[in-house]
Ligand binder design. Structure first.
Ligand SMILES: C[S@@+](CC[C@H](N)C(=O)[O-])C[C@H]1O[C@@H](n2cnc3c(N)ncnc32)[C@H](O)[C@@H]1O
Length: 525
C-alpha cells in the first residue's frame, strides 16, 4: 500500500492519503514541517482532499494521539457542526493550523533507569511510561531538550522516580517553548523556539542531600544547550519540589536555577509573561488565532469579566485590542498572579483600562463577578463550568431586578463593587486614568472557550434551556491535531433569541390544544 504523499506549497499544506489506508509504521523521513503557519478557515464539512497523516513512530504505543489520518479534519468537527446547527448556528467554522510541532508545552513523566530513562506519557489506563523521543506533536526544540535530559541522566547517574518505592530523583519534566525572539526575523522565530525546562525533583526543597544532583543536571543542560553551546536551545532551567505519593505533578515550591527568569510569548497582540507554575496554552499559534477571532465579539470600550483567567492572557489582550473600560480576571491558582503583573507592566501606558486580577474561586458567589460586566468570558478546565456559575448565568434575567440591592450591599464594603471583601487581599488592581463609573450592568454577551467537548455540550444545553441565553456564533480550532479534541469558541447573547422564539411558536402551533412547549434541553443528541 502506498504511503501518504505529502505535497508542500509555501502557504498551504496539502496531503493526500488513500482512503483505505491502514495505520502504517512510517518510513524514516519524517513529514517536513511547513515554514509558515497555515490558518485555513473552513465551514465544517467533509474535506477528504485535505486529509493529512501524522506519521509518528510512537502512534501505536503512545496515548497522546488518537488518530493519524485526516488531521485537518477531526471527526468531532462534523458532530460539532450538527450540534450547533440544532441550536440555530448554521455557519460553524473550523480553523485548522500546523499539524506537526504544534505542542509548545508538554509535561512528561520520567521513569525507567538512569542509563535508559523513559520520558513520555503514560500508556492508556496504566502508569507505564512510553518513551516518545520522536513525538511529531512536540515542537522540535522539546524533543531536542528531552534528548539532553536523557544524556544528562545517563552521564550523571540521575535516578528516575520509582512510584512503587517512592525513590529516585527526577519525577517529571515540563517543557515550555518560547517563540518570541525579536532579534530574529519573524519567519525564523517559531522554528528557533527556546525551551524553559522545569525539573520536578523528588525532594522537599533545594537543601536536601540530592540537590547536588539537581544542580549537576541543570548545569549539564545549560552547558550543552545554553547560550554558549553550539546550538542555543535552552531558555532557562527551573526546579519544582514534589514528594507527595499522589498523582499531582507539581509541588508548591518552585526555584529558578539558570537562564532568563522571565518567559515571554506574543499572543493576541500583546507580550504575555508565563512562569512555569502558571497555566499556559499548549498550541500557541492556534491560541493566537482564537484570540483574534474572539476580539471581534467584544464591543469597543466594554467592561469584561475573564473567569478562569490563568495569567490573564485573554482579558489583557482584550484590554488592548478593544480598549476595554475595565477588565477583571478571576483565577484560583495564586501562582498566576506574578505573570499577570509582569504582563500588565509591559502594556503601553496609553492603555486606559481599569484592570484587576483576583485570586478567587469562580464557583463561590459567582454573581459578584458578573455584576458590572457587559461581557463575560469563561475558559474553564476540561470538566466545564462549576454548577454555581451555571446557575447564576441561567438566572441572570431574574437577578437583574435584584442587582440594585446587591450592588448597594457590595458598595458598602468596597468603593469598587467588583472587588469584593473575599478577594480584596489577593487582588491586583491597575487604575484607569478616566473616571470609572460604577455600573449595574449584567452581561449581554457570554463567550465560552472550551477544550472539553462533552462538558461544553452539557453546559451549553443547560444555559440554553433557561432561555436566558441563545447561541449567536460558534467556531472550532484545531488546537490538538492527532486527537479528537478541538477548542470551541461559542458566543451567547442574552435572551431566548429569534431561532428559539420561532421554534417555540411552531411547537405551540403543533400542540395548540394543550399549549405545551418543548424545553430546549429536550432537543438532545
Ligand atoms: C483552561 S485554563 C484557561 C486559562 C486562561 N484563560 C488562558 O487561556 O491562559 C483554566 C484555568 O482555570 C483555573 N481554574 C480552575 N478552576 C477554577 C475555579 N473554580 N475558579 C477560578 N479559576 C479556576 C485553572 O487554574 C486554569 O488556570
Amino acid at each position: 500500500m502506498a504511503l501518504p504523499v505529502l505535497q508542500l506549497t509555501p502557504l498551504i499544506i496539502r496531503c493526500r492519503a488513500s482512503l483505505d489506508a491502514v495505520r502504517t509504521k512510517p518510513s524514516p523521513p519524517p513529514p517536513q514541517q511547513p515554514q509558515l503557519l497555515m490558518t485555513r478557515s473552513t465551514t465544517a464539512g467533509p474535506a477528504p482532499s485535505l486529509s493529512c497523516s501524522l506519521q509518528c513512530p510512537h502512534f501505536d504505543s503512545c496515548s497522546g494521539c488518537t488518530h493519524d489520518l485526516n488531521l485537518h479534519h477531526p471527526l468531532i468537527v462534523d458532530e460539532a457542526s450538527d450540534f450547533f446547527k440544532r441550536f440555530g448556528v448554521e455557519d460553524f467554522s473550523f480553523d485548522t493550523c500546523r499539524l506537526w510541532g504544534w505542542r509548545c508545552r508538554a509535561k512528561l513523566a520520567v521513569r525507567g533507569s538512569s542509563i535508559s530513562p523513559l520520558i513520555g506519557l503514560y500508556q492508556e489506563g496504566t502508569h507505564d511510561v512510553v518513551d516518545i523521543p520522536e513525538c511529531k506533536a512536540h515542537h522540535p526544540s522539546i524533543n531536542s531538550a528531552v534528548e539532553l535530559v536523557r544524556q544528562g541522566m545517563a552521564e550523571l547517574s540521575i535516578q528516575p522516580y520509582n512510584e512503587d518505592e517512592g525513590t529516585g530523583d527526577l519525577r517529571y519534566i515540563q517543557m515550555a517553548v518560547t517563540t518570541h525572539n525579536t532579534s530574529l526575523p519573524s519567519n525564523k522565530r517559531y522554528k528557533n523556539g527556546k525551551v524553559q525546562i522545569a525539573l520536578v525533583w523528588n525532594s522537599r526543597n533545594e537543601n536536601s542531600h540530592s540537590s547536588v544532583k539537581l544542580y549537576d543536571l541543570s548545569n549539564f543542560l545549560w552547558k550543552k544547550g545554553g547560550p554558549r553551546a553550539a546550538t542555543h536551545l535552552i531558555h532557562s532551567v527551573w526546579a519544582n519540589f514534589q514528594t507527595s505519593a499522589n498523582n499531582v505533578i507539581f509541588g508548591n515550591r518552585w526555584r529558578h536555577l539558570l537562564g532568563e527568569r522571565d518567559f515571554w510569548e506574543h499572543i493576541g497582540g500583546i507580550d504575555i509573561s508565563l512562569d512555569p507554575s502558571s497555566f499556559g496554552q499548549a498550541n500557541i499559534r492556534a491560541f493566537d488565532s482564537l484570540l483574534r477571532k474572539l476580539q471581534k465579539y467584544v464591543p469597543y470600550r466594554a467592561s469584561v469579566a475573564d473567569l478562569y483567567a490563568g495569567a490573564g492572557a485573554i482579558g489583557l489582550s482584550l484590554a488592548v485590542a478593544r480598549r476595554c473600560r475595565s477588565v477583571k480576571c478571576i483565577e484560583i491558582n495564586k501562582e498566576s498572579k506574578l505573570s499577570f503583573e509582569k504582563t500588565v507592566a509591559r502594556l503601553a501606558s496609553s492603555v486606559d483600562c481599569c484592570i484587576s486580577w483576583h485570586h478567587a474561586d469562580t464557583s463561590t458567589e459567582p454573581l459578584s463577578w458578573l455584576v458590572g460586566a457587559e461581557v463575560v468570558i469563561v475558559d474553564p478546565p476540561r470538566k466545564g463550568l462549576d454548577q454555581s456559575l451555571i446557575y447564576a448565568l441561567q438566572n441572570i434575567s431574574s437577578l437583574e431586578l435584584k442587582t440594585k440591592s446587591l450592588k448597594s450591599l457590595i458598595s458598602k464594603e468596597e468603593k469598587r463593587p467588583w472587588v469584593t471583601r473575599r478577594a480584596r487581599e489577593a487582588a491586583v488592581t491597575v487604575e484607569s486614568t478616566s473616571t470609572w463609573e460604577e455600573t449595574e450592568t449584567l452581561p449581554e454577551t457570554l463567550i465560552y472557550i472550551s477544550c472539553g467537548w462533552q462538558s461544553f455540550k452539557e453546559d451549553c444545553k443547560s444555559l440554553l434551556s433557561s432561555k436566558a441565553w441563545h447561541l449567536h456564533k460558534a467556531h472550532g480550532f484545531n488546537f490538538f491535531p492527532g486527537t479528537q479534541s478541538i477548542e470551541v469558541l461559542a458566543v451567547f447573547k442574552r435572551g431566548p433569541g429569534l431561532g428559539q422564539k420561532k421554534r417555540k411558536k411552531s411547537i405551540k402551533k403543533k400542540n395548540k390544544p394543550s399549549f405545551r412547549t418543548q424545553p430546549l434541553d429536550a432537543v438532545s443528541e
